[in-house]
Design a protein around this ligand. Structure first.
Ligand SMILES: Cc1cc2nc3c(=O)[nH]c(=O)nc-3n(C[C@H](O)[C@H](O)[C@H](O)COP(=O)(O)O)c2cc1C
Length: 391
């Protein structure tokens, strides 16, 4: 429970981790890991955003060779990737920060070009993502999402196993823990949401069945690396990539109820639950989302916050002021920042002294240049960079 007067700069005990402040780096795909291998530029990027006892979550990181839907996204399913991640983790740890690896499978949000043997992407369904959305192709152009192949029931445990192995690999690479990406219309969300999941087996239909895949992944990963090193991300109210649900509040509460029960069963808490604010779709990576009213959003997030028994991270459209407000009103324990952290490597310092922020340049979010739009956003001052490591 957050103390009443919490600010972005109050320390916080997140499970076994003693955080010195509450400004978290949100997971963000940046497409700089050439052919799936983290490069020296990633070490620099994450190190720039590291503060002493600050908390970072990596970009979505692939759990298998069928998991990609963007170019040059890092993986964590083979030895070369694990070895390369070690250097990134070491660079972050050298600054005293804590880093979790976000485990990702995009499911149907892919294209044959990213699939082994040019196969169709896998999903809970064989319905494609509508033409309202476009897939980013390796040459920088945008294409139509193809028709996926619905996984056979017997194949699903193999995918669960990929998450388990990826989690073990992350720990071997030195990560402090992992986050399961169950949000934003990707594979796990494709099982959770009734606007996508049209299965008739034990993974479809009832809310219990739709939650089954996520729960299996959580349990498998927890068994491999321990609950205290596992975070879960969900976005019940985000309709990105057609991920709609007829009852976002009910779905979110159902997931939370199952996570709470699991924690009781295990006698140990997960590290955190990370929830994306509905307003992100409205202001975020697409302009096409259907924003809820402010009142609806607040109601939803408050209900999730109240229901979840553990550390609660909120993400989506936060400014310094909104983050302060959410913490003061006990609507979250920690706030994750995405786009502002892209353009402000020293965001924590800037927030602390309430300094002006660099503007982010959207067109370089997903390009492959190891410098431009990646590690070249200016620090406040040379002194600022030094000061940052002392925060
Ligand atoms: C370029 C970009 C890439 C993103 N990639 C991911 C990702 O890999 N995994 C994820 O869970 N969220 C991803 N997100 C969503 C962010 O984690 C965050 O929730 C979102 O940007 C809203 O926060 P903000 O308003 O502070 O930017 C991405 C967002 C952006 C802008």
């Amino acid at each position: 429970m957050a103390e009443k007067s919490a600010t972005l700069f109050s320390p916080y005990k997140m499970g076994n981790f003693n955080l010195s402040h509450r400004v978290v780096l949100a997971p963000m795909t940046r497409c700089r890991a050439l052919n799936g291998i983290p490069q020296p530029a990633l070490a620099e990027y994450y190190q720039q955003r590291s503060t002493h006892a600050g908390f970072l979550i990596t970009e979505g990181t692939l759990v298998s060779n069928s998991a990609a839907g963007f170019p040059h996204v890092p993986g964590i399913y083979n030895e070369e990737q694990v070895e390369a991640w070690k250097k990134v983790v070491d660079a972050v740890h050298a600054k005293g920060a804590i880093i979790f690896c976000q485990l990702w499978h995009v499911g149907r949000a892919s294209h044959q070009v990213y699939q082994p043997g040019g196969a169709p992407p896998i999903s809970s369904t064989s319905k494609p993502i509508s033409n309202r959305w476009r897939v980013l192709l390796p040459d920088g152009s945008y294409g139509i999402y193809p028709k996926p192949r619905a996984l056979e029931t017997y194949e699903i445990l193999d995918v669960v196993e990929h998450y388990r192995r990826a989690a073990s690999n992350a720990i071997r690479a030195g990560f402090d823990g992992i986050e399961i990406h169950g949000a934003h219309g990707y594979l796990i969300d494709q099982f959770l949401k009734d606007g996508i999941n049209d299965r008739t087996d034990e993974y479809g239909g009832s809310i219990d069945n739709r939650c089954k895949f996520l729960l299996q992944v959580v349990k498998a990963v927890v068994a491999a690396i321990g609950a205290e090193r596992v975070g879960v991300r969900i976005s019940p109210a985000i309709d990105h990539l057609d991920a709609t649900d007829s009852d976002p509040l009910g779905l979110g509460l159902a997931v939370i109820d199952r996570l709470n029960k699991l924690q009781v069963e295990l006698g140990s808490k997960l590290t955190y639950l990370h929830v994306t604010q509905p307003r992100y779709t409205a202001y975020g990576q697409t302009e096409s989302g259907r924003p809820g009213t402010e009142e609806e959003e607040t109601h939803l997030i408050r209900a999730f916050r109240k229901a979840y028994q553990g550390t609660f991270i909120c993400s989506g459209g936060f400014t310094r002021e909104l983050g302060m407000q959410a913490l003061a009103q006990d609507e979250a324990d920690l706030i994750s920042y995405g786009r502002l952290f892209i353009s402000n490597p020293d965001l924590v310092m800037r927030f602390k002294i309430n300094a002006p922020l660099n503007k982010y340049i959207r067109k370089t979010f997903y390009t492959q240049d190891p410098v431009v739009g990646y590690v070249d956003y200016p620090f406040l001052t040379k002194g600022g960079k030094e000061g940052l490591s002392r925060l």
